[in-house]
Design a protein around this ligand. Structure first.
Ligand code: ADP
Ligand code: MG
Length: 140
């Protein structure tokens, strides 16, 4: 396995409930390093651009409204097999289906307000990291 980077977002439901430290502790305990991080309030247009791949999905409008409803924390996580490892730490999209001990099982409010985003492939991770960060902002 190779050292990879993946894009993570702590969603507005997580910042609203002051959960960012608890969630970051999950990443670090599992061996992922936070090599870049910033707190942003996405505009509606920025949320739409980030989730453009989902533009045809029925939940797209609600998702973009939610993601621009409050602050987010965007971050780059680095480690062995980081893309898959982060998806495992997050758990299933729907918290009802997530494994106990995962972020979404323990913290998510709903399938939409599910506390965290993580890239789903190394290729998408590269695109998503570049959406938010320049190379000099990522310090491994
Ligand atoms: P994941 O975030 O697990 O990769 P998707 O990429 O399929 O999941 O969806 C992106 C985000 O859209 C989800 O994290 C969730 O916030 C929202 N979402 C997904 N499916 C639904 C749904 N059926 N209803 C409402 N929101 C959804
Ligand atoms: Mg996804």
């Amino acid at each position: 396995m190779a050292v990879e980077r993946t894009l993570s977002i702590l969603k507005p439901d997580a910042t609203r409930r002051n959960l960012t430290g608890q969630i970051n502790a999950r990443f670090e305990t599992a061996g992922l390093r936070i090599v870049a991080q910033k707190r942003l309030w996405l505009s509606r247009a920025q949320a739409e651009a980030f989730y453009a791949v989902h533009a045809q999905r029925p939940f797209y409008n609600d998702l973009c409204a939610f993601m621009s409803s409050g602050p987010v924390v965007v971050q780059v996580l680095e480690g062995e097999d980081a893309v898959t490892r982060n998806r495992d730490i997050m758990g299933a999209t729907n918290p009802a289906n997530a494994t106990p001990g995962t972020i979404r099982k323990d913290f998510a409010e709903s399938i939409e307000a599910n506390s965290a985003h993580g890239s789903d492939s190394a290729e998408n991770a590269a695109t998503e990291i570049a959406f938010f960060f320049s190379t000099i902002e990522i310090v491994g």
